[in-house]
Design a protein around this ligand. Sequence first.
Ligand SMILES: C[S@@+](CC[C@H](N)C(=O)[O-])C[C@H]1O[C@@H](n2cnc3c(N)ncnc32)[C@H](O)[C@@H]1O
Length: 332
Amino acid sequence: MFFLLSGEHYPLPRMELESCLAADGVRWQEAGSLGRVALLDLDGPPPTRMGLTPEIGELACTADDAEGLIAAVTDSPLELAGSFVVRASTVPKAFDCGATRLEPRLGDVIGERTGAPVDLHDPDTVLRVIATPEGAVMGPRVHQRGTFDDRKSDRRPYFHPSSLAPKLARAMVNLSGARSQKTLLDPFCGTGGIPIEAAMVGCRVLASDIDPKMVAGTKANLDHLDLEASMATGDARHVTELFGEGSVDCIATDPPYGRAASTWGVGLKDLFSEVFPALFAVLRPGGLMCMGAPQQVPLETLCRDVGFKYLQGVRIRVHGSLTRHICVAERP
Ligand SMILES: C[S@@+](CC[C@H](N)C(=O)[O-])C[C@H]1O[C@@H](n2cnc3c(N)ncnc32)[C@H](O)[C@@H]1O
C-alpha cells in the first residue's frame, strides 16, 4: 500500500496520477484518503514521472493524528535495513500540530523496535511522516519528485512570456497517456515547454509552430537540455501535411489565447474550429489529446463536433482574467 501526496492545482494531480497508472497498466484500488494524501493499493510499482505528485511512500502505519503514530509504529510490521531518519511535515503547511517535534521521539521508538541506527545526514531510509487535519501516515519514502527549477522558462536560452510552467506541462504530457516510446505531438509548441517534458519521460516527440522563431527557440531549449524532437514549421490547421494522418499516439498542446501568444491574425473561434478536425486526423484511433485553453473556449463542444470523446476536464485559475480549462479527449 502506498501513500501519495498531491501537489498544486487539485484535482489535476489526481487526474495525472490515474492517467499514469492507466498508461502503465497498473491496477489500483482506493484504500482511503487524508486530505491531499491518497492511500492506494497497487498491483505494480507506482509511477514516478508525475509533475504534480511531490512524494510517494510505502505505508507502514496510520493514526488519527501525528502523536498516535508513536503507539501505531510499535504494532506496525516496519522493518529497516540499515540506518534511517524520521522526517515529518504537515499538509497543508499551515496545519501546526507539532509533527516535526515528534521526529526525535519517533526515532527513539523505531530505533528500539527495529534495532536500526539513526543517521541524520546520509540515512539508508527516510521515514516520512505526513500529518493532515484528517490523520497522519508514516512509511519509507520511495519517491521524491526531482526539481523542475532548471527547466523554468526564464532559465532556458529562449524565453517567451506565453511559456507553460514545467510541472503543468509535465502533467499535460501525462494526461495525454504518454509514456516512454510513445509518439507525442505538440503542434503549438511555442518555446517547447511540452516537448521538453515529453522528451524527459522518454517519448518520441514531434513539435511544430507557425512561427519559425518559436521553432528555433524550442530547438535551442531542447539542445540546452540535451533532448531531441522532430521539428517542423507550419500551421496546426494543416498538421497532417507535416506529420501524416493517424501518425501520433498522443497530443498535448496549449494553443494561443490571442494575448501573450499571437493567433497570427486568425480569430480565436475560427482557429479552434479549424484546428480540431486536423488534430483528430493526426491522432491514431484510441489516442488521447490533452489541451489547455481559456475557459471561454467551448472545448467540450469542439471535441464532440469532430468525433472526439471528451473524457474529463478541470478549470484552473491562472490570474484574475484567465482561467484555463484543461481537458482530455480520446479519438475513438
Ligand atoms: C500559448 S503558445 C504555446 C506556449 C508553449 N506551450 C510553451 O510552453 O512555450 C501558442 C503558440 O501557438 C503558435 N501559433 C499561433 N497560431 C498558430 C497556428 N495556426 N498553427 C501553429 N502554431 C500557431 C504561436 O506562435 C505560439 O507559439
